[in-house]
Design a protein around this ligand. Structure first.
Ligand SMILES: [Zn+2]
Length: 186
């Protein structure tokens, strides 16, 4: 799985809350294409260890559920989805919701493939669209979520080298906002 690109744009929300700033992450699933959360041993436990509160109680302001009106599927918890097995972009989506909703208190997201890609024979691309008012927070959250999810898939411990981490974020941001000197504060 790779992040092909990240784009910021204004778009309609799926939950009917109107047009707002979105982070769009284009993923190429590569060899993780078709992989399922049920294939990752102990996933729910790994998630709780890395991100306490990832499965909020009913009534929590941070609750992020699956299904709902626009999908025609009854509202249910993401923990249920994991147990039954869902795809990896959906896992990434909920990690991002967890990270980004901490500050905004409201965050919705969706992911899927595009018919135009499939028609052109591009079968491994997924698009993840998440509410995101801040570009820098979006980039940092996307990078962290990607690293967490790949560590759960590979069953490896996530170690973050702060210098390499910031270099990665800088490399993503530079094409969007122009050159930043080395001592620029992100
Ligand atoms: Zn969901």
């Amino acid at each position: 799985m790779e992040i092909v690109r990240t784009v910021f744009q204004n778009a309609e929300s799926r939950d009917g809350s109107g047009v707002g700033p979105k982070l769009v992450i284009v993923l190429d699933m590569g060899r993780e294409m078709g992989m399922n959360t049920a294939d990752i041993p102990g996933l729910a436990h790994k998630m709780e260890m890395a991100l306490p509160g990832i499965f909020p109680d009913e009534g929590s302001p941070y609750l992020h559920t699956c299904g709902g009106q626009s999908t025609g599927i009854e509202v249910h918890s993401f923990r249920d989805e994991i147990k039954q097995g869902t795809d990896i972009p959906h896992l990434l989506e909920h990690v991002l919701l967890h990270l980004l909703s901490r500050r905004t208190n409201h965050c919705s997201a969706y992911c899927g493939q595009r018919a135009t890609d499939l028609d052109r024979g591009i079968t491994t691309h997924y698009y993840l669209v998440v509410d995101c008012p801040s570009r820098i927070e979006g980039i940092v959250a996307a990078d962290l979520a990607y690293n967490l999810v790949t560590s759960w898939i590979d069953n490896s411990a996530l170690g973050i080298d702060p210098a390499a981490y910031l270099d990665g974020i800088r490399a993503t941001l530079e094409p969007m906002i122009g050159f930043m000197p080395n001592n620029a504060h992100l």
